[in-house]
Design a protein around this ligand. Structure first.
Ligand SMILES: NC(=O)c1ccc[n+]([C@@H]2O[C@H](COP(=O)([O-])OP(=O)(O)OC[C@H]3O[C@@H](n4cnc5c(N)ncnc54)[C@H](OP(=O)(O)O)[C@@H]3O)[C@@H](O)[C@H]2O)c1
Length: 183
């Protein structure tokens, strides 16, 4: 199976979004996001980024599709159209089947789930979802969308030093699925 990972930035209450947008504007986090989701070990492979339709809508037109990655948008709306090269899926199972089919599995390295709330909630339940790349933003924002609780199922394996932009501090942390061991 192609590895399935999650990338998310969350505040101290697991908040991830507000009014359909990111609640913060952190250049260092956007750079980190681009590096994590674009980098492949094999130069012959690309990564897939999977997002919900509302997250797709939230990306400014000039920045989407996200370059150098295969963009997949989840939607139940069969009529909606996306730019050439962007793939559409009507269920998470379809994403997994699509990425693991004979044609694609040799050219895809990792599937990264990039939000929002609805899609994170579904993806984190898949046993194939082994790794979380979390940006912890050290403030509380007045969010209306949230990341599910994850500490029972995942353990921290790596954390960066603290970064600061304007008055906001944050750090990057990686988590791995516990696979049966207790906390
Ligand atoms: N902090 C972060 O790292 C981060 C990352 C990404 C997004 N966000 C924020 O999260 C918020 C958006 O989250 P959200 O939960 O409202 O929306 P979302 O998950 O981005 O999108 C929800 C939509 O995706 C489609 N969808 C979701 N699950 C599906 C499934 N299993 N099968 C088919 N379609 C599916 C549906 O689209 P249709 O209605 O078209 O059927 C649904 O309405 C925004 O504020 C955004 O800025 C934050």
């Amino acid at each position: 199976m192609i590895p399935l990972n999650i990338v998310v930035a969350l505040d101290t209450k697991n908040g991830i979004g507000k009014d359909g947008e990111l609640p913060w504007d952190l250049t260092g986090d956007l750079k980190h996001f681009r590096e994590v989701t674009s980098t492949t070990r094999s130069p012959k492979k690309k990564n897939v980024v999977v997002m919900g339709r509302k997250t797709w809508d939230s990306i400014p037109g000039e920045y989407r599709p996200l370059p150098e990655r295969t963009n997949v948008v989840l939607t139940k709306n069969i009529g909606v159209r996306f730019p050439e090269g962007v793939l559409k899926a009507d269920s998470f199972d379809q994403v997994m089947k699509m990425a693991n089919n004979d044609k694609l599995k040799n050219i895809i390295e990792t599937i990264f789930v990039i939000g929002g709330q609805q899609v994170y909630e579904e993806a984190i339940k898949y046993p194939e979802c082994e790794k979380l790349y979390i940006t912890h933003v050290h403030n509380t924002f007045n969010c209306d969308t949230f990341f599910p609780s994850f500490n029972d199922a995942f353990k921290s394996v790596q954390a960066s030093e603290e970064h600061k932009e304007d008055l906001i501090t944050y750090h990057f942390e990686e988590y791995k699925r516990r696979n049966g061991e207790s906390s």
